[in-house]
Design a protein around this ligand. Structure first.
Ligand code: ZN
Length: 304
């Protein structure tokens, strides 16, 4: 693992130069989940910065860049030219999803901000600079008691954290404990070293985190208020100046059931927090956890 002080020098900090002004996007019938996701993505300044610097490689990245460029020219009083680009982006994501017969994630009838996010990430997988903004890595080890040693050591790469709501507890802002995946005992696994099928301990440790941390709260069964912090930290508490600091920049809100409902967003813009609900937006004093919070977006802001 690279040491933290090497990693943070390569990471793109949240940058006020790339924040956008608030604007809404018209709901075309079933696109509120997409509008909510788009507002969350536009809160991530490193994504905006990278999309302005990288050449679009497909329709989706092209439309996203058009939205980013238009959002930077807007003033609050002007009519939004973004609707057209946003609706095109949404249609292209659905078309792309449908063209992948093995893995259809979305159609006009399947509406989920998390699935929309995963499709968006898949569409940028060939743009390394953009893809890496959301890519984290867990190191997975399996310890054999008979060998008394680590007998499997592998990596697992992901772009979105799915967590149980109860990982957030009052006062806890430590990423390692919030995104920790518990050690578990596996049985029947044959040790590649000694051949023993004794019970083994499988551990998953978060080893690398990117600029943007998208977190999905798995709370399909019951809606409840989850209080999550404005800032999260990654790294040793004992090592002053070496903790990576993350700030909450957006939350996707969902009201209803798994099969339907309504999405909107709370998002950080150039002059503060807004509730952005399809075409309307309203300034609020700060972010606010609610019973409906479904996705969180934290952004790297520097070391602490
Ligand atoms: Zn063994």
């Amino acid at each position: 693992m690279l040491t933290l002080h090497i990693i943070y020098k390569m990471m793109t900090k949240y940058n006020n130069t790339y924040t956008c002004v608030p604007f809404g996007v018209t709901n075309t019938g079933s696109s509120c989940y997409f509008n909510s996701l788009l507002q969350c993505l536009l809160s991530c300044t490193s994504l905006i910065e990278a999309s302005l610097q990288c050449k679009p490689i497909n329709k989706i990245t092209e439309s996203f860049r058009q939205i980013v460029e238009a959002s930077r020219k807007l003033d609050k009083s002007s009519a939004s030219p973004i609707d057209m680009f946003a609706h095109k982006l949404w249609r292209d994501i659905i078309t792309m999803s449908n063209s992948r017969k093995d893995q259809v994630r979305m159609s006009s009838g399947q509406e989920d901000a998390h699935e929309g996010f995963m499709m968006f990430i898949e569409s940028v997988e060939k743009i390394t600079n953009v893809k890496l903004l959301c890519e984290h890595r867990y190191n997975i080890t399996i310890v054999c008691k008979d060998c008394n040693d680590i007998v499997v050591n592998s990596k697992e790469v992901g772009t979105c954290f799915e967590v149980s709501p109860n990982v957030f507890s009052a006062g806890n802002n430590d990423i390692n404990s919030i995104l920790y995946r518990s050690d578990n005992v596996i049985s029947g696994f044959k040790c590649p070293k000694c051949g023993s099928t004794c019970d083994k301990v499988r551990s998953e440790n978060l080893k690398m985190i990117p600029e943007i941390l998208p977190i999905v709260l798995k709370k399909y069964a019951a809606k409840s208020l989850i209080t999550f912090p404005e800032y999260l930290y990654f790294g040793s508490k004992l090592d002053v100046g070496k903790q990576l600091q993350y700030k909450l920049v957006a939350q996707s809100e969902h009201f209803g059931s798994m099969n339907g409902g309504h999405y909107w967003a709370q998002a950080l813009r150039s002059d503060g927090w807004y509730i952005i609900n399809d075409s309307s937006y309203q300034k609020i004093n700060s972010f606010q956890p609610t019973d409906n919070t479904y996705m969180l977006f934290y952004h790297y802001v520097g070391t602490a």
